[in-house]
Design a protein around this ligand. Structure first.
Ligand code: PLP
Length: 414
């Protein structure tokens, strides 16, 4: 009926054992499958559900706004409300445009960067994911600083060639390319790379990219589709105190409904149609229902102490596991920031894509199956990070940590 039975590839459980589970409902930090098995959820719909499942504030606003209809294709007061909320509370946003997914946000930001600079090439990094945008489904060719090779069929070689793929954490490689190639419109990076493990970068590296962009006349795009509103309200930009030229959003910004956005400096955003000549449009963009869910979410995030509470809980949870790992001397590390965590099957800090050993993913595969059995749901791939939501209480986190530790004992003892 559907290709691979799914509508997004990783849902098919190809990287873990067993058939995919079908979820019928979620509440707080739990999800329930169609066979009535309950799981403590650390996937949280891949990140959007920072408030947990079926949050009351979101349900209430959706019910209320639904009474007025679902879509008008005109500006709405809700659109203005979320705009004000964003601009007032995010130092690095002068203007913003709403779209319907993270991919769409990235695709539009790339077009804008090209339109604004009049240049064509994009630099991206191995180990960062930016949605299924043609020119970004690209990996490094052989040798450093070569033009990209597409990772998907259906992408013309000429598109892939517009992308230059570099390793993370290597400023010198980046400068070398910028020096040689005057046609770079933008550097795009997940400032907190969280789609291929959690490859936390050094602040000095990110600051270095900012400087290189200024020096060589390229724009710096922070893809904050995951990190936005996750690593604090201002995301990674605020966390590292770096002002990108453009920022892309998705996931949390829609509170579990399809919303994306891109925004940044006014002089750049003014190039977007109808104010400027970079075309961008969407029939359902800033859909009032989806936006109302976004507003309800952002308002919760802005409550005093929201992030400190969430991050304290995450630390509590992570510490319970890392203590166990240390005691048992397992070759595992938990890499974590804010309310994101990731199990790395190595003792060394993973900072580039090459630091991840694909052979170790068989350990995750076993962990995942064991935990599923025990009622803990992790994203179905060892490259996926876990999310703690505001709905995860300490008691449940303690229970989950115990089950995870027991799963490590089962998997690592051999
Ligand atoms: C999820 C993600 C995207 C793609 O967003 P979609 O809403 O799935 O299109 C892009 N960039 C990053 C960093 C993401 O995590």
């Amino acid at each position: 009926m559907f290709p691979g039975g799914v509508h997004s590839p990783v849902r098919a459980f190809k990287s873990v054992d067993g058939p995919p589970i079908f979820i019928k409902k979620g509440k707080g930090c739990h999800i329930t499958d169609v066979d009535n098995n309950e799981y403590i959820d650390f996937c949280c719909s891949w990140g959007p559900l920072i408030l947990g499942h079926n949050h009351k504030a979101i349900r209430t606003t959706l019910n209320k706004n639904l009474k007025n209809g679902t879509s008008f294709g005109t500006p709405t007061a809700l659109g203005n409300e979320i705009g004000k909320l964003l601009l007032k509370n995010h130092r690095y946003l002068d203007m913003v445009r709403f779209v319907s997914s993270g991919t769409e946000a990235v695709m539009s930001a790339i077009r804008l960067a090209r339109g604004y600079t009049g240049k064509n090439k994009i630099i991206k990094f191995e180990g960062c994911y930016h949605g299924h945008v043609d020119s970004l489904l690209v990996k490094a060719g052989s040798g450093l600083a070569t033009f990209g090779v597409s990772t998907s069929a259906g992408i013309p070689e000429s598109f892939a060639k517009e992308t230059i793929v570099l390793p993370l954490n290597d400023l010198a490689a980046c400068e070398k390319v910028l020096k040689k190639n005057k046609d770079v419109a933008a550097i795009i990076i997940e400032p907190i790379p969280a789609n291929n493990g959690l490859l936390l970068q050094n602040k000095s590296y990110l600051k270095g990219l900012r400087k290189l962009c200024d020096k060589y006349g390229a724009l710096l795009i922070f893809d904050e589709v995951i990190s936005g509103f996750r690593a604090g309200f201002e995301g990674a930009s605020g966390h590292y105190n770096i002002k990108p030229d453009l920022i892309t959003f998705g996931k949390i910004i829609g509170g579990g409904l399809p919303v994306g956005a891109f925004g940044g400096k006014e002089k750049i955003m003014k190039k977007v149609a109808p104010l400027g000549d970079v075309y961008q449009a969407g029939t359902l963009s800033a859909n009032p229902l989806a936006i109302s869910a976004g507003i309800a979410t952002l308002k919760e995030l802005l409550k005093k102490g929201f992030y400190s509470k969430l991050e304290d809980k995450t630390q509590y949870f992570v510490n319970l596991i890392s203590k166990h790992i240390k005691t048992k001397k397992y070759k595992v590390r938990i890499q974590t920031i804010g309310s994101i965590f990731w199990f790395s099957f190595s003792n060394k800090r993973a900072i580039t894509a090459d630091d991840i050993n694909p052979e170790k993913m068989s350990l995750f595969r076993k962990m995942h199956a064991e935990l599923l059995n025990q009622g803990v749901y992790l994203g179905p791939s060892g490259y996926e990070v876990g999310f703690v939501s505001a709905a995860h209480d300490k008691k449940t986190l303690k229970k989950a940590a115990k089950l995870i530790n027991a799963a490590f004992d089962k998997v690592m003892h051999k």
